[in-house]
Design a protein. Structure first.
Lengths: 391, 656
């Protein structure tokens, strides 16, 4: 299948190399199906009240899922090594997209979206994939596994990460922006950065953070979210209310949950943003601790698959792409679920494959497509003409 | 470290993070899950509270005074209103209830998406019609809610009190109070609110998609407990009528005074109070304050204008327990008792005072060589230029001779000044309940003032520290080192000066002086019974203080009280009392009003000279004269209590 159209690939000997990671795709399909049910349960009554079709949002999301799976398939056809030449273009397009959001009116005080015909494109979500590609490329290019990472590489990759980071920060979208440095640190670690380099970065990051805090550059709502996270009682009607309702809904699910479509809290809109950022409340309430653990287990399997892809990749670039994707999934899952149960601050990070929304679903699918491409090309095919610059 | 090793480390770290999430999830869902489930369960239910009917109020004979009736109310539950029907519904309700649509729409919006609200109370015919017409409208129902109804109109209004919505202060004190439930604002309704309130019923259901999906069995409201008062409706009716007639009489009497060109009768008399107290228990048999009000006007809620008019007229004040007046000559009873109990010496070397024989020449004028400043002073008695002749204590009490009591005060001042005994009179007054709250189970229990040197020094300091504060002492006293003069004690001895007390305090003190020294804590509620007529609270007489009075002194006091109505200052008002005149007594009082020249009229009557039963305290604010105006009012009430035929209330002879 994939290999038939893959450029430069004429493999027939190694059949294993040609098979995509169907486990990874299967996990994505499972989580997406669960997400559709959760979105339906969380939105149908609100839609009925608004005299809309109760399946309106779920149908929309189903279209994103379909589009995502198609994107995954198409992206996996492209040899990931081809990106080496495309990266400057991809990076430039991403920056243009991030700049374009400022052309449109703010929504709830933030400029994060490009309104399209029937959905709002969020360039920051795609920028995560671009950052994985770019940082991976810089760290893999001309470096050797048996040598420590050079400072030049750290600074180059850091600079390329910082530009989209700052652009997203001023949208403002603190939560999404924080994904970029996380990806960078994880990829630096995977690429063999020394402990000295890593600790220098962490210390300067904290110093910068302290300076920003002192200078009062953080928006009030960002400070609120951090302070409310520390003490939810200070704002019981705003974010504190959201947190409290979220924890109540999840807690009330207890061991086995109230049953699908039986969640009184999430089905009757007691939790704000329950179909997007707080979708996990619907899981926790309706499917209980067991359902929550199943979701965590599915994500663990995804992370395990991505790490396996990273380990089996034929080159450093492929390894770093898969490791970066794993880092992105982990960051989203940890911060998103963590915030619904009160161990992470409230940010606008969606839960991969479960939260309603198009941009991040498509971006994640593309990242998974790239990882699949890495997997498909994990072993050299005899007679391959592709030049290997990174080894 | 090699890339593969590092990536393997990453896997461990990532799975570790997920493990943390799992543990936290265990804590939230398993360890604390049951608590959360309980909270969310209550969130999912809509609970409609059914107000409980307030407990009934009865008089001491079992006459029903206040009860509750059910009135229909239109209630809208937004859970059950379909979106597209809302506008239509509001229009229909507006035309049915004759309330502007905008007003209902506002209530509708204010109730919120998940709200239940009441629109209006309607009469039963309207309720029936609405029920018929709104059959197709889900979410609208006619609810029957209890409403207070007062069966005796404005009678006993100050004792019963009225209802109103709780204030923020009320809600702060009682957080479980429903802000829409009416609570007592005054009197028994307020003091016994928690007994009367009852327990609201509950109707709980679960609504999904504007349909009731589940319903819990309805919990019926438990009606409030019924309160049985000590007051006696027939006595109360006599009291209220007599007081109203007394106010009228006062105005006629004042008009007559003005015709004769006398001073001190300028204002229209419009206030008064009566207390009838059982001297054996401290139970209130009747209590009235004039002007009164109808608690019924508060039922539907009162507009601000009507309320402030009512408030300004003073009709909401219970003068019997809150009105502070100089007790005037009625206080001579306390001085009388002090003279006997403390063996007070009369002053030596004062002309017209025979200290050895304990008699005083009541010739209308008391000349003193001078008090603190040494200049001669002349005190003129109320009956001057008439003379009463040489009188002993009993005679002086009978004739309300100020000179005698001034002399006694002077005797105390000269003999005991700056010794622990200098406050013998004030101590007696305080022992009898003056200067402190009576402890009655009603609102507005005022304490009054018993002046002494300590208080005057305190006032002096207060005024020197804050010259802008209301003046408590005249300017001359601010400059002296000792602001307490002998004249102040003389004033106190005849119930004037800074001494002020409520009619209830005066009644309580008289009750103690005639019952042998028991100062009761007066009360109006005898017992409280639940809706099954089971006794839940029984009040019993409470002793506030016991004053050891010599029974001989009590006896001579009773005899002298009787002499007041047979030969003394109230004799003319009691001439047609009836056969049992020997069984009643009392004391007149005419107090100088500080605000105006019009005097406050007092009479404190005692029913049962051989076996005291009741004290009847009558006060007519700026009534003019105790003997002429207050005594006839008390006389008619005492006639009723003695079973005599009631004779008309006409002016007696003017006397203090």
């Amino acid at each position: 299948m994939a290999t038939l159209t893959s450029p430069g690939s004429i493999a027939v000997d190694d059949r294993r190399a040609n098979r995509p990671d169907l486990t990874l795709v299967g996990l994505q399909v499972l989580l997406s199906a669960l997400g559709l049910m959760m979105i339906y349960s969380a939105t149908r009554f609100a839609l009925e009240r608004a005299e809309e079709f109760p399946t309106f949002t779920v149908e929309r999301q189903a279209i994103f899922v379909t589009a995502g799976l198609i994107a995954l398939y198409l992206v996996s056809l492209i040899d990931y090594r081809e990106y080496e030449t495309m990266i400057p273009i991809l990076y430039g397009v991403t920056l243009l997209g991030l700049a374009a959001v400022f052309l449109f009116d703010p929504v709830n005080g933030a400029q994060r979206w490009i309104p399209l015909q029937w959905f709002n494109l969020q360039p920051a979500e795609f920028a995560k994939v671009t950052v994985i590609l770019t940082v991976g490329y810089v760290l893999a290019l001309g470096t050797r596994e048996d040598e420590p990472l050079r400072w030049k590489k750290v600074i180059q990759s850091g600079g390329l990460m910082l530009v989209p980071f700052v652009m997203v920060l001023i949208e403002p979208d603190l939560g999404t922006a924080m994904v970029f440095p996380f990806l960078w640190i994880v990829m630096l670690f995977a690429a063999g950065a020394t402990w000295k380099q890593l600790s220098t970065i962490l210390v300067s990051a904290f110093a910068a953070l302290a300076a920003v805090w002192r200078a009062g550059l953080l928006e009030e709502h960002q400070l609120d979210r951090i302070t409310v996270f520390i003490d939810p009682t200070i704002d019981p009607q705003g974010i504190g209310f959201q947190l409290r309702q979220s924890k109540l809904a999840i807690g009330s699910g207890q061991l086995f949950g109230k049953g699908l479509f039986e969640g009184t809290q999430t089905n009757f809109s007691y939790v704000p943003d329950q179909e997007t950022d707080f979708i996990f409340t619907a899981v926790g309430e309706q499917l209980g601790f067991v359902g929550g653990i199943v979701v965590l287990a599915l994500f663990s399997l995804i992370v395990w698959r991505l790490i396996m892809i990273a380990l089996s990749a034929r080159d450093r670039f492929g390894s770093l792409l898969a490791a970066g994707t794993a880092a992105m999934i982990v960051f989203h899952v940890f911060v998103n679920i963590g915030m619904t149960i009160g161990i992470a601050p409230v940010t606008g990070l969606p839960l991969p494959f479960l939260s309603m929304g198009g941009s991040f679903y498509l971006a994640t699918s593309i990242a998974f497509g790239i990882c699949n491409s890495v997997y498909l090309r994990r072993t050299p095919v005899p007679g391959e003409r592709y030049r290997n610059r990174t080894r | 470290m090699r890339t593969t090793a590092r990536i393997t480390v990453l896997l461990g770290v990532f799975i570790g993070l997920f493990g943390m999430l799992g543990m936290r999830l265990w804590f939230v869902q398993i360890a604390e899950g049951a608590v959360a489930a309980e909270v969310t369960d209550t969130q999912a239910w809509i609970t409609i509270s059914t107000p409980a009917p307030r407990g009934d109020i009865y008089d001491g004979r079992g006459n029903l005074l206040a009860t509750s009736r059910f009135v229909p109310v239109v209630e809208v539950d937004r859970h059950l209103v379909e979106r597209d029907q809302a506008e239509n519904l509001l229009r229909r309700l507006s035309s049915l209830l004759a309330i502007p649509e905008a007003e209902i729409a506002e209530l509708y919006e204010d109730a919120g998406v998940n709200g239940v609200f009441e629109i209006a109370a309607v009469d039963s015919v309207d309720a029936y019609q609405i029920n018929e017409q709104l059959r197709d409208f889900p979410g609208v129902r006619i609810k029957r809610v209890p409403q207070r109804i007062n069966l005796v109109g404005g009678s006993m209004a100050h004792v019963l009190g009225h209802l109103g919505l709780p204030t923020e202060l009320d809600l702060e004190e009682r957080p479980d109070l429903d802000p829409n439930t009416r609570v007592g604002k005054l009197g028994v309704e307020r003091i016994y609110d928690e007994w009367l309130q009852g327990t609201p019923g509950e109707l709980a259901y679960r609504v999904q998609r504007a349909q009731i999906t589940e319903q819990r069995p309805e919990v019926s409201p438990v009606p409030g407990n019924s309160v049985h008062l000590t007051l006696d409706l027939p006595v109360q009716e006599v009291v209220e009528r007599a007081l109203a007639e007394g106010i009228e009489l006062s105005n006629e009497w004042k008009a007559e005074q003005r015709r004769q060109g006398r001073e001190g009768a300028q204002n229209v008399t419009e206030r008064g109070a009566v207390v009838v107290l059982d001297v054996r228990t401290g139970a209130i048999s009747a209590m009235s304050s004039y002007p009164s009000f109808d608690p019924g006007v508060f039922v539907g809620g009162l507009d601000a204008g009507t309320f402030s008019a009512l408030n300004e007229s003073g009709a909401l004040r219970n003068l019997a327990v809150s009105g502070l007046y100089p007790p005037a000559s009625t206080f001579k009873a306390v001085t009388y008792m002090t003279i006997l109990e403390e063996d007070v010496p009369l002053p030596a070397s004062v002309e017209g005072v025979d200290a050895a024989s304990r008699v005083v020449n009541c010739d209308g004028r008391l000349e003193l060589a001078g008090l603190s400043d040494g200049s001669p002073q002349v005190f003129t008695d109320w009956y001057y230029p008439n003379i009463k002749g040489w009188l002993d204590l009993g005679g002086a009490f009978e004739q309300s001779c100020n000179i005698y009591f001034w002399s006694a005060a002077l005797g105390m001042y000269q003999a005991w000044d700056e010794t622990p005994r200098e406050t013998a009179l004030q101590d007696m007054a305080r022992d009898l309940g003056y200067g402190s709250q009576t402890g009655i189970d009603l609102t507005g229990d005022a304490a009054g003032i018993v002046p002494d040197r300590e208080l005057f020094v305190q006032w002096q300091q207060q005024q020197l520290e804050d010259p802008d504060a209301p003046r408590l002492l005249d300017a001359a006293r601010l400059e002296t080192s000792d602001p307490w003069f002998g004249g102040d004690l003389m004033n106190a001895a005849i119930g004037q000066g800074s001494l002020v007390a409520t009619p209830l305090q005066v009644a309580v003190s008289y009750a103690a002086m005639v019952n042998g020294g028991t100062v009761w804590e007066p009360y109006v509620v005898d017992q409280i019974r639940d809706s099954d007529d089971q006794l839940v609270f029984g009040n019993s007489p409470t002793v506030a203080n016991r004053v050891g009075l010599d029974p001989e002194h009590v006896r001579s006091f009773l005899t002298d009280l009787n002499r007041v109505v047979t030969r003394g200052t109230a004799a003319s008002s009691f001439s047609d009392f009836g056969a049992s005149l020997s069984e009643v007594g009392g004391k007149t009082g005419t107090g100088q009003s500080i605000a105006t020249a019009d005097n406050h009229a007092w009479f404190v009557g005692v029913v049962g000279i051989s076996d005291p039963r009741y004290v009847v305290a009558v006060l007519i604010d700026e009534g003019g004269s105790g003997g002429a105006v207050a005594a006839p009012v008390a006389r008619q009430i005492m006639q009723y209590l003695q079973g005599e035929e009631l004779t008309p209330i006409t002016a007696g002879a003017a006397a203090q």
